[in-house]
Design a binder for this molecule. Structure first.
Ligand code: FAD
Ligand code: SF4
Ligand code: SF4
Length: 479
C-alpha cells in the first residue's frame, strides 16, 4: 500500500471551510468552500484502504472510492478524475449534495473511533480540479449510430442516461417541459447547496457533445407520447415526482398556505434572474414575514433556509418526530439551526387560522408511541397541548407523489406500482411497454440525485442492449 495512506491515526478529520452563518444567511451562494490541493491530499490520505470498503458498498454508484482517495493523496489528480468519472456522471454534484452521512461517509470504517474520511468533499475537489485543467471534455463518440433515443425529463436521471447513450454514439433528444435543463437540480435545490452554474456547465457540455435538447416541450401536451415513440428507437421516461402531499386541516385553503416546490421554484427563478410575479407581489416571498414550514425532510430544510435568506422576520419548522428521527440530513438540520431557524420538534399543525389570509398556526405536541410495522415510533397527539405560532406564510413540505399513473401520457399499458410510481423490470429497466424504459424518482418515488444518476446509467446500458437486439432481429427477419 502507498506510504501516503492510513494517516487517520494522526490527522484529524477536516471539512471544507464553511462560511459563517452571520454572513452566509444573506445570500444564496454555496456555504462550503472548496478544499485546497494540500487539504484534499491530506484528507484523502486518512483512508485506510479497506479490503472490504464499506464506503463503496454503500455508495449507490459503487464508486471506486479507495482508489481515487489514494490517487488524490499521491497528487495524481488526472488519474483520480478518470477513476471517479468512470462510475459517476456528475461527481462534482454528488460530492456537494449527497447525504454522505447516510451513504459513503456514514459507513466509513474509521468513523467509529476517528471520524470518517471526507469523501464527498474530495470527490468534488477531484472534478473541480479536472474542470480547471480542461480535462473534462465534451463527448466525442467513436462512431455515430443512426438509432435515436428520446428522453422525457432533463433531471439527473435523464441527463445521466443521455450522457452514456451519446458516448455510445446514439442520437439523443432530451425533452423537458421547463425552459432550463436540470430538473430539481436547477429549480428545486437551492443555490446555497448547489450553485446553478454547476448545473448549467454540465448542460452546456452535453449540448456541445451532441445531445439535443427540446426545452419548453411537455410530452402529453406539445407532443403525444405515441408521436415520440414513433420517432425514436427507444424512449426513457425520467419525469420525476411533483404532486405535493397535501395537509387537509381546517384553514388549509387560506391564502398564504403554499406548497414547498412553488416557493422554492420562485426563489430559484429569481436567483436565475427571471421575472417572477408571484415573488414580486409577495405571494411566494418570505421577506419580513413570519414563516412556518411543516415537514422534516430535505425539502423542508431547503424551505426554512431559503426563507432565512429572503429576510423573513421569523422561521419556525414544525416536525412531528424528534431531531434524531428526522428524515433529512443531520448536517442540513445543523446548518439550519446555525442560521437561526426555530425548530419545534414533536409538534404538528392542528389548524390554520385567519380570515382570508393565514395569520397563525395552531399546533399540538406529540408523544412518540410504540413502533409500527416499519419500526418507526407512531406519533400520537397529546390532548390539551395546543399552542399558537404567528404566521404570514405556511409552507407545506410533506413530500411528493407521482402524477396520475397509469393515465400518464394516456398510456393505460404503463403499469403503476402500489405507490403510484411506474413499475419496471429492474433487470431491464423496461416498463410494461416494449422499448419504453423508466428511471429516477418516477420509478423510486421521491429519492436522491445519486439514485437518479444510477438509474439513468443503468437504463442507458439496457437501452443499448435493447436497440442492438432489436436491430439484429430486424436483420434476421429481412434475411
Ligand atoms: P427530476 O429532477 O424531478 O427531473 C424530472 C424532469 O422531468 C423535470 O425537469 C421535469 O420538468 C421533467 N418533466 C416532467 N414531466 C414532463 C413531461 N410530461 N414532459 C417533459 N418533461 C417533463 N437529492 C439529493 O441527493 N440531495 C439533496 O440535497 C436533495 N435536495 C432536494 C431538495 C428538494 C427541494 C427536492 C424537491 C428534492 C431534493 N433532492 C435531493 C431529491 C432529488 O432532487 C431528486 O431525487 C432527483 O432530482 C430526481 O431526479 P429525476 O431525474 O428522477 O427527476
Ligand atoms: Fe458518496 Fe454520493 Fe459520492 Fe457515492 S456519489 S461517493 S454516496 S458523495
Ligand atoms: Fe477508506 Fe473509509 Fe472507504 Fe475504508 S471505508 S476505504 S477507510 S474511505
Amino acid at each position: 500500500m502507498s506510504s501516503k495512506m492510513l494517516k487517520f491515526v494522526n490527522t484529524e478529520k477536516a471539512m471544507p471551510k464553511k462560511r459563517n452563518a452571520e454572513t452566509r444567511k444573506f445570500d444564496f451562494d454555496e456555504i462550503y468552500a472548496e478544499f485546497s490541493e494540500q487539504k484534499a491530499e491530506e484528507q484523502a490520505s486518512r483512508c485506510s484502504q479497506c479490503g472490504v470498503p464499506f464506503c463503496q458498498v454503500n455508495c449507490p454508484l459503487h464508486n471506486n472510492i479507495p482508489d481515487w482517495l489514494m490517487l488524490t493523496a499521491e497528487g495524481r489528480m488526472q488519474e483520480a478524475y478518470e477513476v471517479s468519472s468512470a462510475t459517476n456522471t456528475f461527481p462534482e454534484i454528488c460530492g456537494r449534495i449527497c447525504p454522505q452521512d447516510r451513504l459513503c461517509e456514514g459507513n466509513c470504517v474509521i468513523e467509529k473511533g476517528f471520524e470518517s474520511v471526507t469523501i464527498g468533499a474530495v470527490e468534488r475537489h477531484i472534478t473541480e480540479t479536472a474542470f480547471d485543467n480542461g480535462w473534462v471534455k465534451p463527448i466525442a463518440p467513436r462512431e455515430e449510430k443512426e438509432q435515436s433515443v428520446g428522453i422525457i425529463g432533463a433531471g439527473p436521471a435523464g441527463l445521466a442516461a443521455a450522457d452514456l447513450l451519446r458516448r455510445k454514439g446514439y442520437q439523443v433528444v432530451v425533452y423537458d417541459r421547463y425552459d432550463r435543463a436540470g430538473g430539481l437540480l436547477i429549480y428545486g435545490i437551492p443555490g446555497f447547496k448547489l450553485e446553478k452554474e454547476i448545473v448549467t456547465r454540465r448542460y452546456e457540455l452535453l449540448e456541445l457533445g451532441g445531445v439535443s435538447f427540446r426545452l419548453n416541450c411537455e410530452i402529453g401536451r406539445d407532443f403525444s407520447f405515441d408521436e415520440l415513440r414513433a420517432k425514436h428507437d427507444a424512449v426513457l421516461i425520467a419525469t420525476g415526482v411533483y404532486k405535493a402531499r397535501d395537509i387537509s386541516l381546517p384553514g388549509s385553503e387560506l391564502n398564504g398556505v403554499v406548497p414547498a416546490l412553488d416557493f422554492l421554484i420562485a426563489s430559484n427563478r429569481k436567483s436565475l434572474g427571471d421575472m417572477v410575479p408571484a415573488f414580486d407581489d409577495g405571494t411566494l416571498n418570505a421577506d419580513g414575514k413570519n414563516v412556518v414550514v411543516v415537514g422534516g425532510g430535505d425539502t423542508a430544510m431547503d424551505c426554512v433556509r431559503t426563507a432565512i435568506r429572503q429576510n423573513a422576520n421569523s422561521v419556525t419548522c414544525l416536525y412531528r418526530r424528534d431531531k434524531a428521527n428526522m428524515p433529512g440530513s443531520q448536517r442540513e438540520v445543523q446548518n439550519a439551526e446555525e442560521e437561526g431557524v426555530n425548530f419545534q420538534w414533536l409538534s404538528a399543525p392542528s389548524q390554520f387560522l385567519g380570515q382570508d389570509k393565514i395569520t397563525s398556526v395552531q399546533a399540538q405536541r406529540i408523544h412518540l408511541g410504540q413502533p409500527d410495522s416499519t419500526g418507526r415510533q407512531v406519533p400520537n397527539l397529546l390532548p390539551g397541548s395546543e399552542f399558537d405560532i404567528s404566521a404570514d406564510i405556511v409552507i407545506k413540505a410533506l413530500g411528493f407523489d407521482p402524477e396520475d399513473l397509469p393515465g400518464m401520457f394516456n398510456q393505460p399499458a404503463l403499469e403503476a406500482s402500489k405507490w403510484g410510481t411506474i413499475s419496471i423490470n429492474w433487470k431491464t429497466m423496461q416498463t410494461a411497454i416494449e422499448g419504453v424504459f423508466a428511471a429516477g424518482d418516477i420509478v423510486r418515488g421521491a429519492s436522491l440525485v445519486v439514485w437518479g444518476v444510477r438509474d439513468g446509467r443503468d437504463a442507458a446500458e439496457q437501452i443499448d442492449s435493447f436497440i442492438i437486439k432489436s436491430s439484429q432481429e430486424k436483420i434476421q427477419a429481412a434475411e
